[in-house]
Design a protein around this ligand. Structure first.
Ligand code: FES
Length: 98
């Protein structure tokens, strides 16, 4: 199990490797990550990975396409597409809509 921390909610939860973060957020609404499409097309769930990128699944092409549209840097991911791939701490920060 690894700690995943969500900002700006300041909420921290233990997550087992192999778990999709969208499922974590469904089980823990205190994480306060907004979702809409849940399929890498709207960009509502964009999060900056403050630390722990190495413990997350790699971004697939459809996710990278959405992030490119928003002009995000390599530290931003779609929460609906991320899986905790390895056992290690992750710190995320929800990207506020402009
Ligand atoms: S909820 Fe739409 S891209 Fe994640």
């Amino acid at each position: 199990m690894a700690k995943v921390r969500f900002e700006p909610a300041g909420y921290e939860v233990e997550v087992a490797p192999g778990t999709a973060l969208v499922d974590v957020c469904d089980d823990h609404p205190e994480a306060e990550v907004p979702f809409s499409c849940r399929s890498a097309s709207c960009g509502t769930c964009r999060c900056r990975v403050v630390s722990g990128m190495e413990f997350l699944s790699k971004a697939e092409d459809d996710e990278l396409d959405v992030l490119e549209v928003f002009g995000d840097g390599p530290d931003v991911r779609l929460c609906c597409q991320m899986v905790l791939a390895k056992d290690g701490p992750v710190h995320l920060e929800v990207v506020e809509p402009e």
